[in-house]
Ligand binder design. Structure first.
Ligand SMILES: [Ca+2]
Length: 314
């Protein structure tokens, strides 16, 4: 072979190889480029958008919803739980066990709606029992508690617009600090069973002092009741009587002489917040009275921690 022809062939082959190599490199780059072009976040967003389109396109998307209750994306699962309730007024029990915060919060909102609009506590009941999210579980439990329905607005004399005189505290009547009848209410049955009534038999209840119940033999978080008897002097010249509670750990619902008079219900942070309840209309002067307090404690110490009193105002 002629040398020049030989080298021409070699050169052509090299050129082809180089071009081929460049092409392979280019394709390789393209391939790796396209895999990094869409991030996992973008893919998630795309999938959510696709799911929304699917929902919007179908007037009766029950199958799409049911299939996606097990979707890997908690946002899609939460949307499905919501759509199932909003469109079909149902929920799937398995969603109650979902560990995603988004899902449990959506279910809680649906449960509260169901209670309010259909007087149906089923979903709240399931959440109170099984939801892995403690915060949601406690709110659901509280919503279905018999005490959840109790509410009475208290109007203190200082907030009464119709009373425009200076207020003078003419007496402070201390309430008993020991011999307080006490019972745990593990099943939250006290409101329905009327443990607040004057005729209720509490002879078998324990006897406690003011202070945490943990220090008096009850290592317990939950609901418990106090029934406190006390005598009132003859009525002085006064305009109002207010029950003063410096520290009930944590929440309190209060009855006086069988009448529901008010609550201190601001959650666990209420344990050291003083509160006052107007009892002017329900106190019995010159007679025996019965104060009943349902206490709910979620953690650590619980109970009536500091002595209570009646403040007589003029
Ligand atoms: Ca506590």
């Amino acid at each position: 072979m002629d040398k020049s022809v030989f080298w021409k062939i070699v050169m052509k082959c090299s050129l082809v190889s180089v071009l081929l190599a460049m092409l392979i490199a280019f394709c390789g780059c393209k391939t790796s480029d396209s895999s990094t072009a869409v991030t996992p976040t973008q893919r998630t967003v795309q999938k959510r958008a696709e799911f929304r389109r699917q929902l919007a396109a179908d007037p009766d998307p029950i199958n799409t919803i049911l299939e996606n209750l097990d979707n890997a994306d908690p946002v899609i699962r939460a949307r499905c739980a919501y759509e199932l309730y909003a469109r079909y007024s149902v929920f799937k029990v398995k969603t109650v066990f979902d560990t995603s915060e988004q899902v449990s919060e959506v279910l809680l909102a649906c449960g509260i709606d169901s209670q309010k609009n259909y007087q149906d506590n089923t979903l709240l009941q399931k959440l109170a029992e099984h939801c892995p999210n403690k915060k949601v579980r406690l709110i659901a439990k509280r919503k279905i508690s018999p005490a959840g329905k109790l509410f009475r607005e208290t109007l203190r004399l200082k907030d009464n617009k119709a009373f425009d005189h200076d207020i003078v505290k003419i007496a402070t009547i201390p309430l008993p600090t020991e011999g307080l009848s006490f019972s745990l209410d593990k099943e939250d049955e006290g409101v329905d069973a009327k443990w607040f009534e004057e005729t209720f038999a509490d002879e078998k209840w324990a006897s406690l002092k003011i202070g945490p119940w943990e220090r008096q033999g009850f290592d317990y978080n939950g609901i418990a009741w106090y029934r406190i008897r006390f005598d009132m002097p003859e009525k002085p010249d006064c305009n109002a009587v207010e029950l003063y509670c410096p520290s009930v750990d944590e929440c309190a619902w209060v009855w006086l002489n069988g009448v529901y008079v008010g609550q201190h219900d601001i959650g666990p942070s209420g344990w050291n917040k003083p509160f006052w309840i107007d009892v002017t209309a329900d106190i019995r002067w010159g007679a025996s009275n019965l104060l009943v307090i349902r206490v709910e404690d979620s953690a650590q110490a619980g109970g009536i921690l500091k002595p209570m009193a009646l403040e007589v105002l003029k």
